[in-house]
Write a protein that binds this ligand. Structure first.
Ligand code: SAM
Ligand code: SF4
Length: 478
């Protein structure tokens, strides 16, 4: 059954992506690892940290699974469907292991954290189980597993941010990169498993973030996306190793500004914002800096205040709408997107209609749309009955999708005739004679290369004259 709909195809296609060895890797490796990632951008960023840790131990990446000595799967628990996909992959790995007995299989990330050693006992599909805060212990666990022991570390930490680990960018387009700025989540949205699988919220050392972004820019990257489950609550107190405070606390607005100041040529994006935490200071910082993209992902989840309260989102429908007004006031051309959950516990037709109407009000450019999937251990699972029949959830989700499709097309039509500064990301998927890039609002724009001597990573002015629901089509202006 369909439980996930997204018109942001590029994220969906990344599911299950395997890292390839990085280009011109001069190193000789004693062994090879293969890593496949599922779920949110944080997981993809974490896989890059894991790759860095393994590299230092003499393991090189391969995208050919049969060549691997170690297979890792970085997993997601957010919906039941995500876990089913992983289980299916694990049975496929088991078949491979029959042929290559010494091959080790490790499960990483949220599913490892949620199921812990049950994964070893019940399923007998894996040799290593490692949670999101324990990746530094991976080499030790691999050694244990090589010695024939099953190895588990699912300890969550209050301070691990992997600040000093420089991620290995294995599958990147060389133009845009994710930079993790915090880990965990302190919000207790009642439907969500993340606080249990990723632990308490902690912010990464500002200096290490700036250094990573500078380093990326020096290597030719032109766009960084600052990542966290709730980036607006970023809060870092600079201090010595002895704990002496050395400077005033750094908020998300100050961090954004500091990253933007690295170079006007470096675009800055961020994800995800919780509506309750995004401040005017952040909005003004975005408005002040041309290179901080005018785009905010502001998940609403539901348009009904009653459901929002059950979800423990801590805002009402009216409060959220006022936030949208504020965004439009301070950043008039801001792109806006959202997440929705259809069919949460007790949701009535009236609640659902309110969701559809908040979509019309906010005029989202696109959305990630799901139906509710009850997750073991969450507040909702303990407190409420998952009482909306599957076919009703599915129908409501379909109605949300239809409204979003129309809103996306309307939004794209409003852009016809406009000129945008586009960062070229590479060839368009369908035609090598065309470039694909994005404008500040995060919309994909495709346009012919023509006679111009451009390359990926260049900025170019593009006049938009046509569109589909998902893409703007344009022509270079010189
Ligand atoms: N921290 C982000 C936030 O608060 O918006 C995103 C967290 S989660 C990885 C991404 C999205 O998954 C959520 O915004 C929500 O729409 C959806 N989601 C989370 N738990 C879900 C569940 N139990 N069933 C269906 N969708 C869920
Ligand atoms: Fe989950 Fe809510 Fe935290 Fe997002 S803010 S990760 S939805 S608990």
């Amino acid at each position: 059954m369909l439980d996930y709909v997204s018109d942001k195809v590029q994220d969906e296609t990344r599911q299950g992506e395997a890292f390839s060895p990085f280009a011109n890797d001069p190193n000789q490796y004693k062994k090879r690892f293969y890593i496949e990632s599922y779920g949110c951008a944080m997981n993809f960023a974490d896989s890059e940290i894991v790759a860095s840790i393994l590299n230092k131990e003499g393991y090189g990446a391969t995208s050919i699974i049969e060549d691997a000595d170690l297979i890792f799967i970085n997993t997601c628990s957010i919906r039941e469907k995500a876990e089913q996909t992983v289980r299916k992959r694990l049975t496929e790995f088991k078949k491979l292991k029959k042929v290559k007995k010494e091959m080790l299989v490790g499960i990483l990330g949220c599913m490892a954290e949620r199921l812990k050693s049950k994964l070893l006992e019940e399923e007998k599909l894996v040799d290593i189980v490692i949670g999101p805060d324990a990746y530094r212990s991976l080499p030790g666990l691999v050694a244990e597993a090589e010695g024939g022991q099953k190895a588990v570390n699912v300890l969550l930490s209050r301070d691990e941010t992997y600040a000093d680990i420089s991620p290995v960018r294995l599958d990147s387009n060389g133009v845009s990169a994710f930079v993790s700025i915090m880990r965990g989540c302190n919000n207790m949205c009642s439907f969500c498993v993340v606080p249990f699988t990723r632990g308490r919220e902690r912010s990464r050392d500002t200096e290490s973030i700036i250094n990573e972004c500078k380093d990326l820019f020096e290597k030719g990257y032109k766009e960084v996306t600052l990542l966290g489950q709730n980036v607006d609550s970023y809060y870092y107190i600079p201090q010595t190793s002895m704990g002496d405070v050395t400077a005033p606390p750094i908020t998300f607005a100050r961090l954004l500004e500091a990253v933007a100041n690295i170079s006007p040529e470096l675009r800055v994006r961020f994800s995800t914002s919780h509506p309750k935490d995004i401040t005017d200071e952040v909005l003004h910082t975005i408005a002040r800096h041309e290179n901080i993209c005018n785009y905010i992902h502001l998940p609403v989840q539901s348009g009904s205040s009653r459901v929002l309260q059950l979800m423990n989102r801590t805002y009402t429908r009216e409060w959220y709408m006022a936030k949208v007004d504020r965004i439009r006031e301070i950043i008039p051309d801001c792109g806006l997107s959202s997440d929705f959950i259809a069919g949460f516990c007790t949701e009535t037709e009236e609640d659902h209609t309110e969701t559809l109407s908040i979509m019309e009000y906010s005029r989202y450019d696109f959305s990630y749309m799901f139906f509710y999937s009850e997750r073991p251990g969450t507040l909702a699972e303990r407190r409420y009955k998952d009482d909306i029949p599957a076919e009703v959830k599915k129908r409501r989700l379909q109605e949300i999708v239809e409204v979003q499709n129309r809103l996306s097309l309307e939004s794209n039509k409003r852009d016809l005739g406009k000129i945008f500064k586009v960062l070229i990301e590479g060839d368009s998927k369908k035609n090598e004679a065309e470039w694909k890039g994005r404008n500040s609002q995060n919309k994909v724009i495709v346009f012919p290369k023509e006679q111009y001597d451009l390359k990926k990573g260049d900025y170019v002015q593009v006049h938009v004259f046509e569109c589909t629901q998902a893409t703007l089509l344009g022509k270079i202006i010189k």
